[in-house]
Every structure is written in C-alpha cells, then in structure tokens.
Design a protein around this ligand. Structure first.
Ligand code: HEM
Length: 141
C-alpha cells in the first residue's frame, strides 16, 4: 500500500517549475556535448574578424584555454563546480572591450549552440550566456 502510494506519487507529472528544479540537466546535456560545443565555438571565434584577433593576441595556448572552457560550461550548465576562476577580473585586463564585442560573442555562441546542440538542451546554454553577456558587458564596457 505504501509502495503503491509512493509510486503513484512519483509517476504523477510534475508542474513545470518543480520539474525544472528536480530534473538534472545531465539527462539532456553530456560532457561530450560541452566539449563539442566549445571546440566548435572557438573555431568560429578564431575565424571572426571582429573578436578573433583579441583571442589570438591573448590566448597563447589553446590546449589550456579549451579545457578551462569545458570546465566553465560544465560548471554553469551541469553544476560540476570544476571551474573556479574569476571571469570578470580576467576580462577586465582585456583592453578595449566594447558592447559590440559582447554582441558578436553572443551571436556566434547562439549560432553554434543551434548547430551543435540538440533542441532540448539549447536553452540552458543560450539563457545562461545571454545573462552573463549582458552583465559582463554592463560591468566591463
Ligand atoms: C558571456 C560572454 C563571455 C563569457 C561567459 C566568457 C567567459 C570566459 C571565461 C570563463 C574565461 C576564462 C577566464 C579564466 O582564465 O579563468 C574567458 C577567457 C577569455 N575571454 Fe571570455 N567570455 C565572454 C566574452 C568574451 C568576449 C566578448 C571576449 C572578447 C571579444 C572575450 C575574450 C576572452 C579572452 C581573450 C580570454 C582569455 C584570457 C586569458 O586567458 O588571458 N570573452 N572568457
């Protein structure tokens, strides 16, 4: 009786807000997705004529930068806590950042997410990036 009541409770569809809080993102996002996304994103960034040169000047070793960014996005989207840097402080040291740089960064990010990530997981990457781009742009430019 207790078991049946419990399983009936568990089978009940959750309201949307409760579902968002209880369903782990890991069901729709994997670490492999994050690596593919980050790799594809920085390929397009490096080719971009507005923001590519800023990265080429600053990033001496891409095989260190990319794993750092896997950890960053895994921390943002999967709460893995693997990244523990200070992005605001780091970007403060990049001379001449303007709102146009953040807009370009975000539009490349959104296009890459749409290309590389399956639909159910896209929102997690896009919403977090929009929030961060807007707050970083306000604080840093
Ligand atoms: C929402 C927007 C952005 C996010 C979430 C983001 C995130 C990050 C993070 C987490 C790092 C690693 C920081 C560390 O060393 O711990 C980083 C590094 C870097 N970011 Fe961004 N970034 C954003 C926008 C931009 C923009 C617009 C530019 C320039 C156009 C930029 C240029 C760089 C560069 C050059 C580095 C490497 C700095 C270095 O290691 O010397 N970022 N970013």
């Amino acid at each position: 009786m207790t078991r049946r009541a419990k399983s009936t409770y568990n089978d009940r569809p959750l309201p949307l807000t409760e579902r968002a809080l209880t369903s782990p993102r890991a069901e729709v996002v994997s670490e492999a997705d994050i690596r593919r996304l980050v790799d594809a994103f920085y390929d397009t960034v490096r080719d971009d004529d507005l923001i590519g040169p800023i990265f080429e000047r600053r990033v001496a070793n891409w095989s260190l930068h990319l794993p750092k960014m896997y950890d960053f996005w895994s921390t943002v989207v999967l709460h893995s806590a693997r990244y523990s840097g200070r992005p605001i402080e780091v970007h403060r040291t990049i001379a001449g950042l303007s709102p146009a740089h953040f807009e370009r960064w975000l539009s490349l990010w959104e296009a890459t997410v749409a290309r590389v990530i399956d639909r159910p997981a896209r929102d997690a990457f896009v919403q977090a990036a929009r929030r961060m781009a807007s707050s970083m742009s306000t604080r840093l430019t």
